[in-house]
Design a protein around this ligand. Structure first.
Ligand code: N01
Length: 502
């Protein structure tokens, strides 16, 4: 039988958030730390999303850690391979690779109130940790469409985040289901090589031009020599994205210029009036994530590409049947149908001391945390990219780094004050979420479209409804008074004595 590994801080996941935690905590002097990662390499979503055309739709300088700017980005919007290489390089340069145990998947994590520690079961033994940091990602569990007959399809079927590179597409009939951020990158990349492509569109997205360009050698050299210049460019990119927040969360009228740009982009890219009508979005811009592409509309105008808007009835061995009875033959089926965000299966694996899972806790009130990071009843748990930290308009790395400030300060406070456990007070968490809900109520996300921002009840608990610098300010310091505490010397005797510290 496997032995239990005792560790002070256990981090789950080696993507941007988990690695960031490992780097920042190591710098803080936390040596007793292990990262467990289910995959065979670091990179998280940037390791998994290797589909043709995968790239970032946030500018490169902004989509990097503030402590590891990269002057070598080859273009304004980085392709997936470059970001993946960047993460691997940062892991190596910051000396945290040897802290990671690869091929280790967490199957359950339960808090033990008597010991003030977490018992974490994995596919490779058990861990006993004082602090548990979840860096499992938000957009990482593929959501497969529930379509009749999909299991009977005779050819390959795969999700964009699990692309099967062994399947040749040249000269074959391919069906892509979905028209979100992933589909709009895949379709233009494969359209020129396939014999025929059917794109199944349920909702026409808003698509803006992508102002991309290669960075010439001299510009990269300049960034290398003058890091302040790169920081200034990053700052401008940050500020220009933050302008969108006004329209997304406060004054709808502020979105008018980008709406006009979206309409003009469509009008200039698609000559055929019938196709243009098909591709015209009918929901408020920003309600779903605004997409960026210079090639999407052109790809859909190709002769070998059809946009199918009639709903799918079922999949057969040889293709897709739509509700009008038409049969659309296909050799390969690509599902670009997004991810489980507010209903991540990982939430079922994390239990409080009474055995109640995060999924259960969040099933009635919805996904809620304090400052996106800590959850009442789950002491010493820090959820990176947790509730209300997602973004549609800017770099998620900025939000992750804000959470890392909070995490590092929490660990520092626990060390300095001799605390064994911290558990956010329920009343504090509730008040925080009441205010969040009020702010979210005014956003464009609740104007009637469907998106991964929303949960089954139609609330938007996944996204941050304000300027991102407001979140940065909130998470600058660990506000210990918001927490019930137990001390290191009395962890076992005070399970209910925690109340005394109120
Ligand atoms: O997923 P999505 P995604 N039958 O949920 C459709 C990030 N990302 O993987 O709109 C038919 O956006 C669904 O239709 P509808 C980014 O944050 C970033 O594309 O619900 N269709 C929709 O069109 C992004 O927002 C980058 O009517 C079905 C699509 O599938 C997030 O990941 C790149 C269906 C799902 O769109 C998710 O993007 C890629 C069904 N049963 C992704 N079920 C960057 O560049 C769903 N759909 C950083």
């Amino acid at each position: 039988m496997d032995q239990t590994t005792r560790v002070d801080v256990l981090v789950v996941g080696a993507g941007f958030s988990g690695l960031g935690a490992a780097i920042r905590l190591t710098e803080e002097g936390v040596d007793d730390l292990i990262v467990v990662e289910r995959g065979a390499d670091v990179g998280g979503t940037w390791r998994d999303n290797s589909y043709p055309g995968a790239a970032c739709d946030v500018p490169s300088h902004l989509y990097s850690y503030s402590f590891a700017l990269n002057p070598e980005w080859s273009r304004a919007f980085s392709p997936q391979g470059e970001i993946y290489d960047y993460i691997r390089r940062v892991t190596h340069d910051h000396g945290v690779r040897d802290k990671i145990r690869f091929g280790v998947e967490v199957t359950s994590a339960q808090y033990d109130e008597n010991r003030g520690r977490w018992t974490v079961s994995t596919t490779a033994g058990e861990y006993d940790a004082r602090v548990l940091v979840l860096g499992v990602g938000a957009l990482c569990e593929p959501k497969l469409p529930e379509i009749d007959g999909i299991d009977e399809f005779a050819g390959p079927v795969f999700h964009t985040a699990r692309w099967d590179h062994s399947v040749p597409l040249a000269g074959r009939r391919v069906a892509v289901i979905g028209t979100g951020a992933s589909a709009i990158q895949v379709v233009p990349s494969i359209a020129p090589v396939v014999e025929h492509l059917d794109v199944y569109q349920r909702t026409a997205p808003w698509v803006l031009p992508r102002i991309d360009r290669k960075y010439p050698g001299f510009e990269r050299a300049l960034y290398r020599r003058v890091p302040g210049l790169q920081r200034a460019v990053r700052g401008l990119q940050y500020a220009s994205r933050e302008f969108q927040v006004v329209g997304l969360t406060r004054t709808r009228a502020a979105l008018a210029p980008i709406k006009a740009l979206g309409r003009a982009h469509l009008a200039m890219s698609v000559r055929d009036p019938e196709l243009r009508a098909t591709l015209t979005p009918h929901f408020e811009i920003g309600c779903k994530r605004i997409l960026l592409s210079n090639t999407w509309y052109r790809a859909l105008s190709r002769r070998n590409v059809d946009v199918v808007t009639t709903p799918i009835s079922r999949v057969t061995e040889t293709g897709i049947v739509t509700s009008d009875g038409a049969e659309h033959p296909a050799d390969v089926l690509v599902v670009a149908t997004g991810f489980h965000v507010t209903d991540s299966p990982f939430f079922e694996r994390v239990r409080d001391s009474a055995g109640r899972t995060l999924a259960d806790t969040w099933s009635s009130e919805g996904m809620e945390a304090y400052k996106g990071t800590t959850v009442a009843g789950y002491p010493n748990l820090f959820v990176l990219m947790g509730p209300a930290t997602g973004l549609g308009h800017s770099s998620i790395i900025y939000m992750i780094e804000s959470q890392l400030n909070y995490l590092v300060d929490a660990i520092r406070a626990m060390r300095d004050r001799g605390l064994q456990t911290v558990d956010v007070r329920e009343a504090v968490q509730n008040a925080y979420n009441r205010e969040l809900r009020e702010n979210t109520g005014k956003t464009v996300w609740l104007t009637g479209c469907k998106s991964w921002y929303l949960d089954a009840k139609g609330n938007a608990p996944a996204v941050w409804p304000d300027f991102t610098f407001t979140f940065r300010n909130q998470t600058r310091e660990f506000d210990v008074s918001a927490y019930r505490r137990t001390t290191v010397d009395r962890p076992a005797e005070v399970p209910t004595g925690q109340e005394a510290l109120r």
